[in-house]
Design a protein around this ligand. Structure first.
Ligand code: G3I
Length: 358
């Protein structure tokens, strides 16, 4: 059940979202990568194929975004096809597009359990693991020094694979180096680019049910431990792949963000979308719930701290990871993102725009 305030926000968002045209976007200062002073930047992740092939896709980023994240171009599986090779074409392409259009790019990600090439399964022993990880971070961070100012250094470290959040997530790094792999990643990135803002990025900390409450607590403890050990951690990334079927734990989000800020960390919304596979089918209803969930997530964040960025994981429903994992049983396309598959802004965009202007 939506509160009156949420219902008002969402219905206003629906009106604005449906009617939003170039003129009103221009008047709001958000056309052509435009950004007005005081506005929180909006970003989104980018796929390389449509970026190269689809003019409308490029226009969407130029119209709405101030910052881009390469969706997969900095994954090891893409960047490191063999132990010796570094393949920078994807990330370089996104960076060139961003720079040509007045946008910046953030780095995603240096150390993650996922999207690892087969050959990394052969990394055995602490010395080899340390050598591989540090060499990777040295190559990648030094290449983009002065260009990428913010790095998601470690991505998704908390283990929820069995649903009970017992500790750190298994990976080649945890296996070979133990929990000091996180310290090593941050210390190496900091050594290579002392000016870069270094982020720990995690998902599923915002819901009132599921694994969120335990993950939030595990992430909190991990962050305290890292800071106690003097690890150069500067900010926390709340991915925000919101599970649409759950309510947001607004108090839990507020308390967590307030605590992060009290520890001196910056706060980033890094991969916002709303997983809608369990939501009702009718588009108006679904879009309203998606917008309401994002509103309920962003409101306590903003009440506790001003985030550095709101970034979504994709910009259009045409290109989203969500159906890879969360296809709808009724066969309808997923609608997790701010623009629909025909690049029309949805109520979710109006919610994001509202918060960016706060
Ligand atoms: O490019 C190939 C294409 O040629 C092929 O036809 C197709 C067949 O399945 O696969 C395509 O590659 C896929 C790629 O996404 C396309 O963007 C890969 O198989 C698929 O594994 C890859 O998934 C990515 C996933 O991370 C990897 O685990 C998603 O794009 C990407 O959005 C997702 O992103 C993660 C963040 O990094 C961390 N947070 C969660 C988020 C969503 O899972």
């Amino acid at each position: 059940m939506l509160s009156r305030r949420q219902a008002l926000t969402v219905s206003a968002a629906g009106l604005v979202g449906g009617a939003l045209g170039r003129d009103s976007l221009a008047a709001a200062g958000i056309m052509d990568g435009g950004w007005s002073p005081g506005r929180i930047p909006f970003g989104a992740c980018v796929r390389i194929d449509p970026l190269q092939k689809e003019p409308d896709y490029r226009t969407a980023f130029k119209t709405y975004c101030q910052q881009l994240t390469p969706e997969g171009g900095l994954f090891w599986i893409y960047l490191r096809p063999t132990p010796a090779a570094f393949r920078f074409d994807f990330a370089d392409g996104v960076l060139a597009f961003a720079a040509a259009n007045g946008m910046t790019m953030r780095g995603h990600t240096l150390v993650w359990y996922g999207a690892m090439p087969e050959w990394t399964k052969g990394i055995e022993g602490a010395a080899n693991a340390e050598r591989e990880m540090t060499a990777h971070i040295e190559q990648v961070v030094s290449r983009y020094r002065d260009k990428i100012k913010t790095w998601h250094v470690v991505n998704e470290p908390i283990d929820d694979s069995k649903g009970n959040v017992p500790g750190l997530r298994p990976s080649v790094w945890l296996h070979s180096l133990g929990d000091r792999y996180i310290d090593l990643a941050f210390r190496t990135a900091h050594r290579v680019d002392p000016a870069a803002e270094l982020i720990l990025n995690e998902y599923d900390i915002e819901c009132a049910d599921g694994t969120s409450p335990k993950k939030r607590e595990a992430l909190r403890q991990l962050i305290h431990n890292l800071l106690d050990r003097g690890v150069p951690l500067h900010g926390v990334g709340l991915q925000g792949h919101i599970r649409g079927k759950y309510q947001i734990d607004r108090d839990g989000v507020f308390d967590f963000v307030a605590e992060m800020r009290s520890l001196g960390l910056s706060v980033h919304v890094t991969e916002l979308d709303v997983v809608d596979n369990d939501l009702p089918g009718p588009i108006a209803v679904r879009d309203a719930i998606v917008a309401a969930r994002a509103h309920d997530f962003l409101e306590p964040i903003f009440a506790a701290a001003r985030p550095e960025i709101i970034a979504t994981w994709g910009i259009t429903d045409r290109y989203t990871w969500v159906p890879m994992w969360y296809k709808r049983r009724d066969g309808l396309p997923n609608r997790p993102l701010p623009l629909d598959a025909d690049y029309r802004p949805k109520p979710l965009w109006s919610v994001i725009d509202y918060f960016c202007n706060k």
